[in-house]
Design a protein around this ligand. Structure first.
Ligand code: ATP
Length: 302
């Protein structure tokens, strides 16, 4: 029997990374050292993570009709993903302006652009029982809520990655079967003091989000992840990696892999172990989407 599919409704962005000796003062113009363009966005990254694992994936997103729109669509299609649901909208594509100083410190300004135009009608795709629907907080909340409510009615499971963290409307929380957050997002959502070194504080904060959301998964960087699945809690220790090259995209790798294994019908606790292994591979490689592993690569470290 084939896997059910993963349907991601989310963001797609062009990241413009400028390197400079230091950050400019307000009103100051500096000469920088380099500029690079990276296609990404949590929606696209998570869709690619699931697709590289051999899962059928639909990505629903919007790009602008500016110069970046075509590049963003090409980036998704080069991965082999269908771009039929990557729609064009008038105006700017989602863009992140990132300045990295020699100190390594960065400043980021994200402009949602076309991501803000992803509408409830856009997300009405064919859903089958067992499909896993995934979204993050970079598209309008009402679109996520419609996507999830309709999907659940059609027998799908829904996974919300509340990143970047923002207060969740009770109706949105009620439509999410699974919540995935990192430690700081958990602290913002709950207002609780969360200390990754103290699993008790993580579990207590995660439990405070239940029963609104039945399954709450908290990623803890190199420490792995903790999950409250109904009344049961699971701890997945981080995999020890030789060298941490670039953690960008690790969270997206985790979410994409978790969704892929849930769509394949794997029990939740096993899917968590798999997602933790997949995400650990992301940190051993540069880039975000580029660092997502294949099934063979994950199986090799499990
Ligand atoms: P990012 O914003 O960097 O993409 P995040 O803050 O959303 O990440 P993290 O909790 O930092 O999410 O990492 C997600 C998952 O990636 C972790 O649960 C773990 O499985 C894996 N991971 C992250 N950092 C490491 C590490 N140093 N060693 C091993 N695994 C890691």
């Amino acid at each position: 029997m084939g896997s059910a599919k993963v349907v991601v409704a989310g963001s797609i962005n062009m990241d413009i990374v400028v390197r400079a000796a230091r950050h400019p003062q307000p009103g100051e113009t500096l000469l920088g050292q380099s500029v690079q363009f990276f296609a990404g966005g949590k929606g696209a990254n998570q869709a690619i993570a699931a697709y590289r694992l051999g899962t059928p994936v639909i990505l629903i997103a919007r790009v602008g009709d500016d110069g970046f729109g075509g590049s963003l669509r090409a980036f998704v299609s080069q991965e082999g993903l269908d771009t039929q649901r990557v729609l064009a909208t008038a105006g700017a594509s989602g863009t992140a302006l990132i300045t990295v100083a020699d100190s390594g410190e960065n400043t980021i300004v994200v402009v949602p652009g076309a991501n803000d135009a992803l509408s409830p009608v856009d997300v009405e795709v064919d859903i089958e029982p067992g499909d896993v629907l995934v979204s993050q907080c970079e598209i309008p909340a009402q679109t996520i809520e419609h996507f999830f409510v309709r999907g659940k009615r059609l027998g799908a499971r829904t996974l919300l990655n509340a990143a970047p963290a923002r207060p969740l409307a009770p109706t949105l929380a009620a439509a999410a079967d699974v919540l995935v957050v990192n430690e700081s997002e958990l602290a913002i959502l709950t207002g609780a003091a969360v200390d990754a070194e103290d699993a008790g504080t993580v579990i207590a904060a995660a439990r405070s989000l239940q029963p609104a959301i039945e399954n709450v998964v908290v990623t803890l960087g190199g420490r792995g992840a903790v999950a409250c699945l109904g009344p049961v809690s699971e701890t997945v220790p981080g995999r020890r990696v030789e060298v941490v090259v670039d953690t960008t995209g690790a969270g997206d790798g985790f979410v994409g892999a978790l969704a892929a294994r849930l769509a394949a019908g794997e029990p939740f606790a096993q899917a968590l172990v798999f997602a933790n292994a997949a995400a650990s591979i992301c940190v051993e490689r540069p880039g975000a989407a580029a660092s997502m592993p294949t099934m063979a690569e994950v199986l090799a470290v499990l």
